[in-house]
Design a protein around this ligand. Structure first.
Ligand SMILES: [Zn+2]
Length: 391
C-alpha cells in the first residue's frame, strides 16, 4: 500500500485542472485507483453525455447511522486572475500551499483520502462514506443526484453529512437558497414618439424590476433571519439587455433575477407571485399590442437552503468533533441543503478560509490542512469500537 500524506495527495489533485462544466473523469479515475489500493470499491453516478461523474463509497459496516463526507472535484477558472505561481501546481510559501482548489475544496478531499489507511484499519461501528461531486462551482448541479443516489443505493441509512467546504473548521448550519430566472419581455417596435401607442419592452421590464425590488422590501419587512448578512431574502437583477437606439421603442428586453432566500421564506411562493404579476401585466399589454408577451424561464435550477436546527443531533456531533461550539450561517452556495433534502442531517465544516477561495493566489495554510486531517482522525476515533481488554 502506498501511504501518501494529505499534502502529497493535494499536490496530485490540484494538477487536474477540472473547471466547473468540464469533464472530471481523470480526477475521478485518480481517486478511484487510490481507493482501490485500500480495497475500497466505489460507485459512479455518471453523466455519460458530458463525461462527468460523481463518486460515492462506503468504508465500514453496512449499518445505519453512518457519516457522509462530501466534497466537489471541480474548481473555478483562473482566467483574468493575477497568479504569481502556476495555479495547477502546489507551491509552498511561508506556511501556505498555493494552487487553484487548494482551499476550495481539494484540501478536504486530500484529508479524506489521506485517512484511508486509518479508515480501513479502524474497527468502525458505523460506516463513513465519501461523496465527491462535479459541477458544484457552476451551481451545485450534481449535488442532488449524488445525495439521492446515496440514499437509494445503500440498504442501510447514513445519518449525517459533513460538507467540507472551507469554513476554518467552524460548523455552519445555515445557508441561503439560490435561484436564477431569465425574463424576456416582447413588445412592439416603433418611433420613440409613439411610446403611448406601442409596448416598450424596456419600460415594461423596468416595471417588473421595480416590482421585484418592492417584493424584496415586503419580504424583508415581514421576515428576517439574523444569522445571515443581509438578514433577509435578497432579489437582484444583475443583467438587463434591450433596445437598439435612443429613438426606437424596444421590442425585446431580457433580464436575469437572482433570488437568495433565507430558509423561512418559500421560493416557490415568491416566484409564483412574480409569475402571476407577469401574467397579469401581459394581459393588460395585449390590449395595446396583441403580440405582447412576458416569458419567465429558469436560468439556473434552485439550490435549496440549509437550515439545520441547533437541537439537531448533528450539531452536538460536529461541536464535539471540531471543538467549536459557535455556529454560523453563510450566503454562498453549497451542496449542504441538497444533502439535507435527501434526508441526512447536514452541516458544513472544512479546512481553509472561504476568503481565499475563487481568487488569484488561492491557498490553504499548512495549519488548516493539518486541522482537517486531525478532524478526520477524531471522526474515525469517535466512530470506532473500543476493543475491550480481557484480563
Ligand atoms: Zn466549494
Amino acid at each position: 500500500m502506498n501511504r501518501k500524506s494529505a499534502r502529497e495527495i493535494l499536490s496530485d489533485l490540484v494538477a487536474f485542472p477540472v473547471l466547473g462544466g468540464e469533464s472530471n473523469l481523470e480526477i475521478i479515475a485518480y481517486i478511484q485507483s487510490h481507493l482501490e489500493q485500500f480495497g475500497i470499491q466505489s460507485t459512479l453516478v455518471e453523466n455519460k453525455a458530458e463525461k462527468k461523474a460523481s463518486l460515492h463509497c462506503r468504508i465500514g459496516p453496512a449499518v445505519d447511522g453512518g457519516v457522509i463526507l462530501s466534497g466537489h472535484t471541480d474548481v473555478v477558472p483562473v482566467e483574468g486572475q493575477d497568479w504569481e505561481t502556476n495555479p495547477f501546481q502546489l507551491v509552498e510559501k511561508e506556511g501556505k500551499l498555493y494552487a487553484r482548489g487548494s482551499c476550495d475544496m481539494k484540501g478536504f478531499l486530500a484529508c479524506c483520502l489521506a485517512a484511508l489507511p486509518d479508515l480501513v484499519a479502524a474497527n468502525l461501528s458505523v460506516p463513513i462514506y465519501f461523496a465527491f461531486s462535479y459541477d458544484e462551482e457552476i451551481g451545485c448541479l450534481a449535488g442532488t443526484e449524488l445525495a439521492e443516489a446515496i440514499r437509494d443505493y445503500y440498504t442501510e441509512k447514513p445519518k449525517y453529512a459533513i460538507i467540507g467546504e472551507p469554513s476554518m473548521m467552524q460548523p455552519i448550519v445555515g445557508q441561503k437558497g439560490i435561484y436564477i430566472q431569465k425574463v424576456t419581455v416582447h413588445g412592439s417596435a416603433g418611433h420613440s414618439s409613439r411610446i403611448k401607442q406601442e409596448v416598450s419592452a424596456v419600460h415594461e421590464a423596468a416595471r417588473l424590476i421595480m416590482w421585484l425590488e418592492q417584493e424584496m422590501e415586503r419580504l424583508s419587512a415581514k421576515n428576517i433571519d439574523e444569522r445571515f448578512h443581509p438578514n433577509h431574502t435578497s432579489i437582484h437583477v444583475g443583467m438587463v439587455n434591450g433596445g437598439i437606439a435612443p429613438n426606437v421603442i424596444a421590442d425585446t428586453c431580457t433580464f436575469t433575477v437572482d433570488y437568495r432566500t433565507i430558509p423561512s421564506d418559500n421560493l416557490h411562493l415568491i416566484t409564483t407571485k412574480f409569475e402571476a404579476y407577469c401574467a397579469d401585466l401581459e394581459l393588460r399589454l395585449r390590449e395595446r399590442f396583441e403580440g405582447a408577451k412576458i416569458v419567465v424561464e429558469e436560468h439556473h435550477p434552485p439550490v435549496p437552503p440549509l437550515d439545520t436546527k441547533e437541537d439537531a443531533e448533528v450539531v452536538a456531533f460536529i461541536r464535539a468533533l471540531s471543538g467549536v461550539y459557535e455556529l454560523d450561517a453563510v450566503s454562498y452556495a453549497a451542496e449542504a441543503g441538497q444533502f439535507a433534502l435527501a434526508g441526512f442531517e447536514s452541516v458544513i465544516c472544512g479546512p481553509g478560509s472561504i476568503a481565499q477561495a475563487h481568487r488569484a493566489n488561492e491557498f490553504i495554510s499548512i495549519e488548516q490542512l493539518e486541522k482537517g486531517e486531525s478532524f478526520i482522525k477524531k471522526l474515525i476515533q469517535k466512530l470506532s469500537v473500543v476493543e475491550s481488554v480481557h484480563a
